[in-house]
Design a protein around this ligand. Structure first.
Ligand code: FAD
Length: 546
């Protein structure tokens, strides 16, 4: 279907403009283009995908952002709805502490996890059993939440079988489960502390989650480990497939185009070359603080302007959540040498001691007294931080043998990192030195523990910091999953009202992506992208009728 006035629109006028070609923006654009709208997707980088991306270096393929995907009842239904065929493989996960590694294969692996924890914390068997009981309970809730294909991607008018046989019987269970999970919204550290008294155990369970992650979300990770899959060719193939779908459906994509001004009363956006584009609807699928900073609201109706200004205050007061540091290694060693140790997606903690409060307290002290502290103090802190941390290690070639030159292996080692530390060090003028010190320490820790062969066999190394993420995708504080978890979240954070998350105070502007709903990640970015597209389609249909 073509929208009646699409044909008559002047060159730079669109039914819907989507700003941000990450997975959220790609989703919105794909569904709107399929619906026959005149659509323009604007992306500031050369390539689309945002944090769902891949790049190649010396023949090694690396995932630049997320390392594997979770369906979460969202990604597969979305692909099916758009008729996109994506070749995928499972992305099995291993978990390791010091020299013990387990491979997560199915629900029974939870027992292996129990044994692993008991081996290191035999005195805390009772506490471990309590944690596992909760994880099991959460896994049951997750089975309900993700138990059916997300109805947002179903045509409920036509697919009566889904409506009557799946959706309606599922709804009461869903409502019951939502009630349960909303009661587990407090920060995971706080939640676990009520029954885990051993601080090292608490750290080992929780230190690779973002600070203050809601307990339900954090402890659902065991379910997610079983859900991970990997597109052949790399995670970025998902973005590529979406991009192709948009163009196939007649949507337009403009890359290397950065929006620097939004003028809502005139329905215009302006790019870095001073070119303006006119829209009927705008979907902002990029950093939300940016939208509020660059919007010129002078011409808006007073009540809309007031609401917008209130939202702006809330947004600008809040921060992006934790960011990540990633070390990329090109290694002259065949994949098998790594494959016999752990799977290609591996969460590894080299020391059972755990980061402890010294990490946050120590870091907070360094940040608060940055002008006074010596470089040596920061590097001493860094020693401890790298020794006691948990690492997400990804080896793409173990998931797809095409992803490295023959006989060689590319490895990505990452961990949560504090944006402010990198920012302050950059301002103090020694960022390159700090990065090199950090890379050395990470390499030493990992080669002294799980992969000794890294020491002599690494050919090339380079890394991305929270500042690189901020620069590349324009994400506030280098955040990778939107807002930091805090008491007053500036966006919707309840699944039962997720459909409202895409609304902004301006009726013609919608929001989508990691900043629109919390907690976020790839599935929620996709879901909000679709919800925003649905709102636009519904509104346009109504308008066309009148
Ligand atoms: C290392 C790592 C591991 C992760 N692990 C997981 C995981 O296990 N599970 C999970 O669910 N999620 C994970 N994530 C997070 C997930 O990748 C992101 O939350 C998600 O991809 C965000 O998608 P988005 O489209 O909302 O935003 P983004 O990917 O940030 O896309 C926004 C896009 O907008 C563009 N843009 C910004 N400003 C402008 C402008 N002014 N004009 C034009 N374009 C603009 C950017 O260039 C970017 O392409 C991980 C991320 C990283 C980096």
């Amino acid at each position: 279907m073509k929208y009646p006035n699409s044909k008559n629109m002047s060159e730079n006028t669109y039914n819907t403009i989507i700003v941000g070609g990450g997975i959220a923006g790609l989703t919105s654009a794909a569904f709107l283009a399929r619906a026959g709208q005149k659509v323009l997707l604007i992306e500031k980088n050369k390539e689309c995908g945002g944090l769902v991306n891949l790049f190649t270096s010396d023949g090694f393929h690396f995932d630049a952002g997320v390392r594997a995907l979770e369906d979460a009842g969202i990604i597969f239904p979305m692909l099916k709805d758009l008729n996109i065929q994506l070749e995928i493989v499972k992305s099995p996960v291993s978990l390791g502490i010091e020299n013990e590694i387990i491979h997560i294969e199915n629900l029974d692996s939870l027992l292996k996890y129990r044994e692993l924890l008991i081996k290191f914390f035999p005195e805390s068997e009772g506490e471990i059993d309590k944690v596992l009981k909760i994880i099991r309970k959460i896994m049951k809730h997750m089975d309900v939440l993700y138990g059916i294909e997300n109805p947002v991607f179903k045509d409920l008018k036509r697919d009566r079988a889904f409506l009557f046989k799946k959706l309606l019987p599922w709804l009461p269970k869903f409502i019951f489960t939502v009630g349960k999970i909303n009661r587990m919204n407090l920060p995971v550290e706080e939640y676990l502390r009520t029954f885990v008294k051993n601080p090292s155990l608490l750290d080992i369970i929780s230190q690779h989650f973002f600070k203050n992650t809601p307990a339900f979300f954090a402890l659902s990770y065991f379910s997610l480990y079983l859900d991970y899959f990997y597109p052949k060719g790399g995670v970025g193939k998902l973005s590529e497939a979406m991009k192709n779908k948009i163009t196939e459906c007649g949507g337009e994509i403009r890359t290397e185009t950065k929006i620097i001004e939004v003028i809502p009363d005139k329905c215009l956006v302006r790019d870095q070359n001073n070119i303006t584009y006119k829209y009927e609807n705008l979907i902002w699928a990029a950093d939300l603080k940016t939208l509020y900073k660059i919007a010129d609201t002078e011409g808006l109706f007073p009540e809309i302007k007031t609401k917008f200004d209130e939202s702006k205050k809330k947004m600008l007061k809040n921060r992006g959540g934790d960011s990540v540091f990633s070390l990329f290694l090109e290694v002259d060693e065949p994949p098998d040498s790594f494959g016999k140790i752990a799977n290609g997606h591996f969460f590894y903690t080299p020391s059972k001691l755990g980061l402890g409060e010294t990490h946050r307290e120590g870091l907070n002290y360094l940040l608060a007294n940055f002008e006074k502290v010596e470089k040596e103090q920061i590097l001493t802190w860094l020693d401890k931080f790298t020794r006691l941390n948990t690492y997400e290690i990804s080896i793409p070639v173990l998931k797809d043998p095409e992803l490295a030159p023959p006989g060689k292996t590319g490895i990505i080692i990452s961990f949560l990192a504090e944006y402010d530390l990198f920012n302050k060090i950059q301002n103090a003028g020694w960022l390159d030195e700090f990065i090199s010190e950090l890379e050395n320490r990470v390499l030493n820790v990992i080669s002294d523990s799980v992969y000794p062969l890294l020491k002599d066999k690494t050919i090339t190394r380079f890394s991305f910091t929270p500042l690189s993420i901020e620069n590349r995708v324009g994400s506030s504080e280098g955040a990778i999953t939107g807002w930091s978890f805090q008491k007053s979240m500036p966006v919707i954070n309840k699944i039962q009202i997720a459909d409202r998350s895409v609304l902004t105070p301006v009726p013609s502007i919608y929001q989508a992506g990691q900043w629109a709903y919390s907690p976020a990640g790839v599935p929620m970015a996709i879901l909000t992208g679709k919800l925003a597209a649905d709102r636009v389609i519904k509104k346009m249909k109504k308008l066309r009728k009148t």
